[in-house]
Design a protein. Structure first.
Length: 288
């Protein structure tokens, strides 16, 4: 009887070990560069795209662990990491996060998708939130992408298609002199045929806090930007919004339709819900 109990105990232990092994396998890191497909949030769809030099304002929240424990770009998620989630920027990318309420600034690596709500722009780990002085309530922030570092990450992508430059022959060619019959090897040497393995650049993010200017931001609901004034006017009329002309750079549409300003997050959230009801499916909150 004792041997049977021991055998059952051994089987149970083996199952437990197998379960642990499977869980560990699911949590293996495999960092990779990703833009990704469109994905559905809680109220709208998000469309990731490769962009550099981005500046945005909105509301940040504290990130919770992904169900798999792995971020969208294949890193192991840690509550102590200087990382965060963004809805549409390529991953990984580097941004500075400025808490507009107290002026604190940190630099983080975006490596995950989220938040799921269009009313929230950014999610950061508990460690980042602590350094920024964030509480449980959504925090007004500005993010500024580090264009140089983000481009370096994109260019380090091992899976990116590379153009072959045929400046030299791929195989060695032996040239023989017509004068003395001597030979000379041209082209690639034998050791040149081996290409070194490329790895994705993942810059370390120091836990450094800088002090910037604090401000009391107002909130607006941006319903969308339009190339033509007539299209902007139709949306503005439907939602009781206003039209302003933007003086942006290349790729910026000139006519912006928005609601506000609002002094509290609660007011902005109510206005955002109303904007969706009048057809502003891409509406989101910004802090000005």
């Amino acid at each position: 009887m004792k041997s049977v109990k021991a055998f059952v105990s051994f089987i149970a232990s083996g199952v437990g070990l197998a379960g642990c092994h499977h869980q560990e396998a699911a949590r293996q890191a495999s960092p990779h560069y990703v833009v990704g497909q469109a994905w559905q949030g809680s109220e709208t769809w998000f469309y990731p795209a490769e962009r550099f030099g981005v500046t945005e304002t909105g509301l940040a929240i504290i990130q919770t662990a992904p169900k798999s424990g792995v971020t969208a770009d294949g890193e192991l998620w840690s509550p102590q990491a200087m990382t965060g989630a963004h809805q549409t920027l390529q991953l990984p990318s580097i941004v500075s996060v400025h808490n507009l309420a107290n002026g604190r600034i940190v630099k983080i690596r975006l490596n995950d998708r989220g938040p799921v709500s269009a009313g929230r722009m950014l999610a950061v780990t508990p460690r980042v939130a602590a350094l920024l002085g964030m509480g449980d309530a959504p925090t007004p922030v500005e993010i500024i992408e580090d264009e140089t570092l983000s481009r370096q990450i994109a260019e380090s992508n091992p899976d990116a298609p590379k153009l072959d430059i045929a400046a030299a022959p791929r195989e060695a060619i032996v040239a023989q002199s017509l004068n003395d019959g001597s030979t000379h090897t041209l082209g690639m040497k034998a050791e040149d045929t081996q290409t070194s393995a490329r790895t994705l650049l993942l810059p370390e993010m120091p836990q450094t806090v800088m002090q910037g200017v604090a401000q009391a931001p107002l909130y607006r609901i941006e319903l969308g930007s339009f190339a033509g004034h007539a299209a902007a006017a139709r949306v503005a009329a439907q939602c009781g919004a206003e039209i302003t002309q933007q003086d942006g750079g290349a790729g910026t549409l000139p006519w912006l339709v928005s609601l506000g300003p609002f002094t509290t997050v609660a007011e902005a959230d109510r206005a955002l819900a109303q904007a969706r009801q009048c057809g502003g499916t891409g509406a989101h909150i910004v802090a000005k």
